[in-house]
Ligand binder design. Structure first.
Ligand code: ATP
Ligand code: MG
Length: 249
């Protein structure tokens, strides 16, 4: 049974087609890097597969469950870091995680133990008594990651988890994600950091104007272009690169 199965997934916003007939299947334990230019439809896709946005048409099955028919059953098993992080800013980090953990049915002792471990790993301990509203951007990202992990999800969807994160914590997060994959968790992340995808994600999908332009391992994407960098493959596939000349400079 695929961990995630998208069939003809489509999303219209008025005249704009944000996601256009996307079909994709991922086995359990897959680790997918979802790439695309700004506005390609990555976040819209993640919002639909995590039940935050209703598709215009098409179907989504998560761990064999149809998300339209059984959204709560799906949400119980997934962890999500959405694009806007969707935090409750007037709680402290620990209060927010207690709120999230309780929604997943965890008891307070379990939540607090997991939170302490996460705060230690992600260097959040100094932020324990501050309101999320007063966190730096990177700290907000980290607390959003804690919220996505606290219940032990079987599938993890992360929208730009590394943007704004310092190099040391990035390394820790990469290590956490690889450990999760080894334990059979399915991971899907979006990012614009291509060399990170090259090193971290065994599977890569490239979205362009809502359509799937490429899907496979880096070697499969390379085809006969042996040794080509992901950046060159990506720019070649989606096109549109401009020169840096500006008329007044
Ligand atoms: N709520 C909305 N209403 C109208 N248009 C929207 C809405 N959300 C997204 N769009 C449009 O859909 C397209 C895809 O947006 P999306 O946020 O999925 O892109 P993205 O690939 O995540 O881009 P980025 O890399 O900048 O995060 C864009 O043209 C965007 O303007
Ligand atoms: Mg986005």
């Amino acid at each position: 049974m695929p961990a995630l199965e998208l069939l003809n997934l489509t999303k219209h916003f008025g005249d704009k087609i944000a996601v256009d007939g996307l079909s994709l299947s991922l086995e359990a334990g897959a680790f997918l890097g979802l790439l695309g230019r700004n506005g390609a439809g990555k976040s819209t896709t993640l919002k639909m597969v995590t039940g935050l946005l209703k598709p215009t048409s098409g179907s989504i099955r998560v761990l064999g469950i149809d998300i339209a028919a059984e959204p709560i059953a799906v949400k119980r098993q997934i962890g999500v870091m959405p694009e806007d992080m969707a935090l409750l800013e007037y709680l402290t980090g620990p209060q927010y995680l207690r709120f999230v953990g309780r929604m997943y049915g965890l008891d307070e002792a379990t939540i607090d133990a997991r939170r302490l471990e996460l705060f230690g790993k992600l260097d959040l301990a100094p932020a324990a008594n501050a309101l999320v509203a007063d966190y730096s951007f990177g700290m907000k990202k980290k607390i959003a990651l804690c919220a996505a992990l606290i219940h032990g999800p079987r599938i993890l969807f992360l929208d730009e988890p590394f943007e704004g994160i310092d190099a040391v914590t990035s390394r820790t997060i990469k290590d956490i994600l690889q450990t999760l994959q080894q334990r059979g968790v399915t991971l899907i992340l979006t990012t614009h950091i291509l060399d990170l995808v090259e090193r971290l994600c065994p599977l890569i999908a490239i979205l362009d104007e809502g359509k799937l332009k490429g899907f496979g391992t880096l070697d499969e994407l390379r085809g006969r272009a042996n040794g080509e960098s992901l950046e060159n493959l990506f720019v070649g596939l989606v096109g549109g690169a401009q020169t840096g000349e500006l008329s007044w400079l």
